[in-house]
Design a protein around this ligand. Sequence first.
Ligand SMILES: [Zn+2]
Length: 150
Amino acid sequence: MSPFRSHMDAAMAEARAAAARGEVPVGAVVVAPNGRVVARAGNRTRELADPTAHAEILALRAACAAAGSERLPGHDLYVTLEPCPMCAAAIGFARIARLYYGAADPKSGGVAQGARVYAHPQCHHAPEVYDGIGATEAAALLKAFFEGRR
Ligand SMILES: [Zn+2]
């Protein structure tokens, strides 16, 4: 096993790129067990006219396509914001081993609050969850984005 290295910086870069496209600034990356980033994505719900085009979903789709598998055992997912219930469920379906996220999302989060997807008895696979990584920076980016839209 390779030594731990955070990939939150890459996720933040995707979040910034999403903001530049006029999308809600959330970014995600998927990291293979060998430590290589295999997918990176930012929100594209507006561009794709697709309410499911969250950063996590797009990153999972790309990583699964590259792996030729609907499951990604041993993989890690980094995302700048607490996943919503849809993404939390998809992360479980993909059998992601570890979920690292930045800012908490009291409004739409589904991991530590709201639906608490992984605490639900119907949840078949829960990743290890590490929160608050780069949270200040991720929250500031979101705040600036929404303030700029008023
Ligand atoms: Zn989501």
